[in-house]
Design a protein around this ligand. Structure first.
Ligand code: ADP
Length: 321
């Protein structure tokens, strides 16, 4: 049973991480567990950049984007010596449990730190929804809503000029943002890394067919993992004669106040992470499965393969005519 725990955010930031930090701190304090906030991910464990949290340390952060604990990628922690040093620093501070909010990379770190004797629990925080063990990751809903709002604005100008707009959204390995946002904004085509595509058949022919039935402006949503949109923009314009513009939404999708869904999921996951440490468990990751909060062994979770929702992808294309 953990008596003193620490919480950190690691890897890419995501809206809702603050709600998770708040839930961890408040759950710990309500259970009589001492809790430290660690700044800048694993770097804070290496440098001793930690502070003891009280009930008011996490006031007014629920609605804030980013992470008040800051985040970082730590090359030093990604070494055997680094993990040992972090574990020794934890022991010096009496930390006997760590909640790591981040992505798969951060969970590998959590597994290594557990291996050095410091029980860790992972909480999935990343906008891409690219954690194979979880149906949902903290930040995904906010990022999608931001992308949707931005593309609604792009549509206004595409419509005024009878243009085609190709919009790149985030998702290097995972097309979930592109898929759901594409449906929400009525994309003529959606390109994701999980499904091979033929630009002529899957995009250009679709635009030409849509134009025959009177459609005059078009939005194509492309996941970052496709490898850039410049070539796609040029090819569409060359082959259809439709004026085509490209927009890369980029980091705007990472920021902003978290949606209700992200705040609630983050609060539930953060709370469960503390419960697990209180129960004396370690090397677990808290995930969402069929709308329930469950937990898996980190190694098992890392070995899982993410299933892309091909059924939804096919529906999206069928109703984009
Ligand atoms: P994310 O958690 O968003 O996937 P990264 O993959 O960048 O982000 O991982 C965040 C940090 O986790 C890395 O900078 C490193 O310190 C730590 N980490 C990643 N992989 C490992 C590993 N195999 N062993 C130890 N630490 C790791």
């Amino acid at each position: 049973m953990a008596k003193t725990i620490a919480v950190l955010t690691s890897g890419g930031d995501a809206p809702g991480m603050n709600a998770a930090v708040r839930a961890v701190a408040r759950a710990a304090l309500s259970k009589g567990i001492k809790v430290y906030g660690v700044r800048r991910g694993y770097n804070g464990l290496l440098n001793g950049d930690v502070f003891e949290m009280n009930l008011r340390s996490v006031s007014d952060i629920l609605s804030k984007g980013g992470t008040v604990l800051y985040t970082a990628r730590s090359p030093e922690f990604n070494t055997k010596e680094g993990v040992k040093k972090a574990a020794d620093n934890c022991r010096k501070l009496g930390i006997d449990g760590v909640v790591v909010i981040g992505g798969d990379g951060s969970f590998r770190g959590a597994r290594d730190l557990t291996g050095e004797g410091i029980p860790c629990i992972g909480v999935p925080g990343t906008i891409d929804n690219d954690i194979s063990s979880s149906d949902y990751t903290i930040g995904f809903d906010t990022a999608m809503n931001t992308a949707m709002e931005m593309i609604d604005k792009i549509r206004d100008t595409a419509q005024s000029h009878d243009r085609c707009s190709v919009v790149e959204v985030m998702g290097r390995r995972c097309g979930d943002i592109a898929l759901e946002v594409g449906i929400a904004i009525g994309a003529s085509a959606i390109l994701v890394p999980e499904v091979p595509y033929d630009l002529k058949k899957d995009v250009i022919d679709v635009l030409l067919k849509n134009r025959e039935t009177g459609k005059k402006h078009f939005i194509i949503v492309v996941a970052e993992g496709i490898g850039g949109i410049d070539g796609i923009v040029k090819e569409i314009e060359a082959q259809t004669g439709i004026e085509t513009r490209g927009t890369v939404l980029g980091h705007v999708q990472r920021g902003g106040s978290p949606t209700l869904r992200d705040r609630v999921v983050a609060s539930r996951m953060g709370y469960r992470a503390v419960e697990l440490l209180e129960e004396g468990q370690s090397n677990r990751v808290v995930v969402m499965k069929d709308n329930h909060i469950v937990d898996y062994d980190i190694s098992e979770a890392l070995a899982m393969k993410k299933q892309f929702n091909i059924k939804l992808f096919n529906i999206a294309h069928e109703i984009s005519i």
